[in-house]
Structures are given as C-alpha cells and as structure tokens.
Design a protein around this ligand. Structure first.
Ligand SMILES: Cc1cc2nc3c(=O)[nH]c(=O)nc-3n(C[C@H](O)[C@H](O)[C@H](O)COP(=O)(O)OP(=O)(O)OC[C@H]3O[C@@H](n4cnc5c(N)ncnc54)[C@H](O)[C@@H]3O)c2cc1C
Length: 395
C-alpha cells in the first residue's frame, strides 16, 4: 500500500492498539512501533464505561472481551469514617440500557491481550515489538519516522505519525520538549486477591469506592470475577516514573491502620500479598498536541488523574475520533488539527472532573460530613445521571 495510506503509531498501549484497529477499518495500513519486547502483563484493573466499551464493541472486540469482563451491579460509595454506605449507584443492565453499551471492569492485561489478538488477525496492521520510536522529520509527503531495534536503526516513510507512547512520551518530548508531566503529590497502590478467600457479601459484583481523609480506595472484581482488584490512593513524595514499583505491604497496611479505616476496608488491604505502586503524573490540559502530520493521543497528550476512571476511556475515544478525521479528509495535517480540535474541550472537562473528584473523595472532618449529606440528598440516580455527559458520548 502507498505511503499516502500508511500511518505509524508509536506505542502499543490501549490507545495505540485501538487507534491501529480504527485506522485499519478506514482503509489505512498501520505500523505500530512498540519499545517493549512483549506487551507486559503489568497493570491491574481498568473500568470501561459505555463511552469506551461501545467503541471496542464496534471494532469487533465483544467476543474477546465479554468472557473476561465483569459487569458490576452498582457503585457503592462508602464512608471510611463511619463504615456505612452513603449511596449505591445502579449499574448493570439498567445502566447499559440507558447508555446503549455495557459497563465493564476487567484486568488491564486482558484488555491489552484482546486488542493485540485483534491486531494480529488484521493483515493491514504490522506490530513491531522491541522497536523504539527515535525521531521524526516531516517532508512533502508526510513524515519519516526513525526507529531503533537493539543496535539497528531504520526509517519509515508515512503519511502521519501518532504518538500513543504514554505519559513519558518520546514523541511529545521530540515535538514539545517544554511540556513535562507534573507530579500530583499522590501515589496509587494496586493489588489483587482471590475472591474465594474473602467472605461473600464484601466482594460482590460491585465497584466499591471508600472515601476517607486524604486517602481513598477503589475495589472491584476482575478476571471474570475470580479476583478483586484494589487501588488505594495516598499522598506522598515518592515520584519515580513507571507503573510497577514494588510496594511494601507493611507500609500500606500501617498507613490505613493509622487512619482507623473500618473492618471491611482493612480486611481487603490485609488480603493483598503483593503490592505495586506508581506515582500519579498528569500532562497539562492546555498543552499542544499537534505539529503538522504528527499528533499525540491518550496519556501522551493528556495523562489525567484516575479519579474519573477515564484514562483508558479517553485514549479509546481519541482513537475513534482520530480515525474518523484521517479517514474523511485527504490532507493529514488538517485532519489531525480537526481531531485535536474535536477532542480538546471534552478531555479538559474530564481532566477537571477527575481532579475535582480527588478533592471531594479526600475531604475530612465536617467537610466530609457535609459531602456525605449532599450525596444522600441528591440521591443515587441523580448522582449517576450527572455523569451522563461522559458515558453517553458517541464519536
Ligand atoms: C505497563 C503499564 C501498566 C499500567 N497499569 C495501569 C493500572 O494498573 N491502572 C491504570 O489505571 N492504568 C494503568 N496504566 C495506564 C493506562 O493503561 C493508561 O493510562 C491508559 O490506558 C492510556 O493508554 P495509552 O495507550 O495512552 O498509554 P500507555 O498505556 O501508557 O501505553 C504507552 C505505550 O507506549 C510504549 N512506548 C513508550 N515509549 C515508546 C517509544 N519511544 N517507542 C515505542 N513505544 C513506546 C510503552 O511501552 C507502552 O506500551 C498502565 C500503563 C502501562 C504501560
């Protein structure tokens, strides 16, 4: 296929793989350069709300994802000071009908594996593992992308380059070196435990959100319900890049014990044997995304705090819009400018929502009591309906 129909994607994360599938569906040949030698099993749970699951289903992934995903019945919002439930937001079939697509929670590795299998089945997509994006120059026909595999260097001409290479993006560094990820002062700890080792009732088909002073905890079933995934968020100064540093189980248990969190939350923390932690970084919402035939997508463009559970969702939405724009306009720089223009306001709003949620979740004392009463007064259905602008979105 001609260079005029070839797109290079740097990064085979959730955003890059989805973009490749969406672009191939629009008739492009896609080369994905991924620096890892194999796609890691790393990561834990991801929530995929209907705005994202709809796109994956339209790309033909339902059969691969459904058996691995869990559809939670509800989001249970819990108070860490009283141990009581503040509200239960109904999900399940009812939410799927309202939004027109399912709500899924699943292991990140399962989503990545399903996307990779779909990519491998598509002859229009070439996934190059162990192949690092190195540099890009533009020319009259588009871009020339340099890649490195071990000591070998190679150049690839293409119509456009998509930087889907995550929060520490080398493409962004090449285009906009002044934009650096900002540390949020928050650290996420993740772990899993087997559902069977915990009394039933505490580990039902729900997403549990526990809110406490300067800390919160999210737990939900993954791997077809066999495991519970926990993510605990705490303040801290440790801020190394990466997703999978070893976390000291004693440190996190002590941190929650010192806060006197109630029994069920403490039991879940105690049930995890092996913890991983990662420092939460964001990329400014008003940063640049585009330069001629090169653009950014997903975390490379707009890494956000995970408190709206939309990091993967926004990368998936970006992929769908990007493919639509490139598929419908002959001029690649104009198509990429249109893509960034269509995405920016929504992504900024979601980033702001995630930041605000973090502040609300971590309130303490009288402010927390007030928050809990407001949530009760608004009522579960209306709390959920306030997020319809996120979940009912369509490309
Ligand atoms: C290993 C890993 C574990 C994660 N675990 C969690 C988790 O537990 N919970 C959570 O909420 N989110 C997690 N995330 C983040 C989450 O997947 C992303 O926020 C979201 O899906 C957006 O995806 P993305 O495709 O934009 O970026 P990412 O998922 O970060 O993917 C970027 C990809 O680009 C590749 N890459 C980087 N530099 C280069 C280069 N120079 N050349 C070629 N390839 C390059 C990376 O190896 C990676 O595969 C994890 C991400 C990774 C990479």
């Amino acid at each position: 296929m001609s260079i005029a129909r070839t797109i290079v994607v740097a990064g085979a994360g959730i955003g890059g793989l989805t973009a490749a599938l969406a672009l191939a569906e629009r008739g492009f040949r896609v080369i994905i350069m991924e620096k890892a030698g194999r796609l890691e099993e790393a990561g834990a749970g991801l929530q995929l709300s209907p705005n994202a699951s709809r796109i994956l289903i339209e790309l033909g992934l339902q059969d691969r994802l459904q058996p691995r995903a869990v559809t939670p019945d509800a989001i249970s919002i819990m108070s860490a000071s009283s141990g009581g439930e503040i509200a239960r937001l109904p999900l399940g079939e009812e939410a799927a009908l309202r939004a027109g697509a399912p709500w899924w929670v699943l292991h990140r590795a399962d989503l990545q594996a399903a996307l990779q299998a779909q990519v491998n089945d598509n002859p229009a997509i070439e996934l190059r593992l162990g192949c690092q994006f190195d540099d890009v120059v533009t020319d009259a026909g588009g871009v020339i992308v340099s890649q490195r595999s071990g000591t070998t260097r190679h150049s690839e001409p293409a119509l456009a380059l998509i930087g889907a290479d995550g929060v520490w993006s080398a493409v962004r560094q090449r285009l906009f070196p002044h934009i650096q990820p900002q540390f949020s002062g928050l650290i996420a700890w993740r772990g899993t435990f087997e559902t069977a080792q915990f009394p039933s009732g505490h580990t039902s088909q729900q997403v549990q959100l526990w809110m406490g002073s300067n800390a919160h905890l999210v737990a939900y079933p993954i791997s077809g319900g066999r495991q519970i995934n926990i993510v605990a968020i705490l303040q801290g100064a440790w801020n190394r890049p990466g997703w999978s540093a070893d976390g000291d189980a004693t440190e996190i248990r002590n941190a929650f014990m010192a806060r006197h969190w109630p029994g069920p939350a403490g039991m879940m923390i105690g049930a995890v044997d092996s913890w991983r932690k990662w420092a939460l970084f964001t990329v400014s919402h008003d940063a640049d995304w585009n330069s001629g035939p090169v653009t950014l997508l997903g975390d490379a463009a707009h890494a956000m705090l995970p408190f709206a559970a939309q990091g993967a969702g926004m990368a998936i939405e970006d992929a769908a819009v990007l493919a639509q724009c490139l598929g419908s306009m002959a001029d690649a720089p104009a198509a990429l400018a249109r893509y960034a223009g269509l995405r920016r306001a929504r992504v900024m709003r979601v980033q702001a929502t995630a930041r605000r949620n973090g502040t609300i979740y971590h309130l303490g004392g009288v402010a927390a009591l007030l928050r809990d009463s407001v949530i009760r007064a608004i009522g579960a259905q209306r709390v959920l309906a306030r997020q319809d602008w996120i979940y009912r979105w369509r490309p």
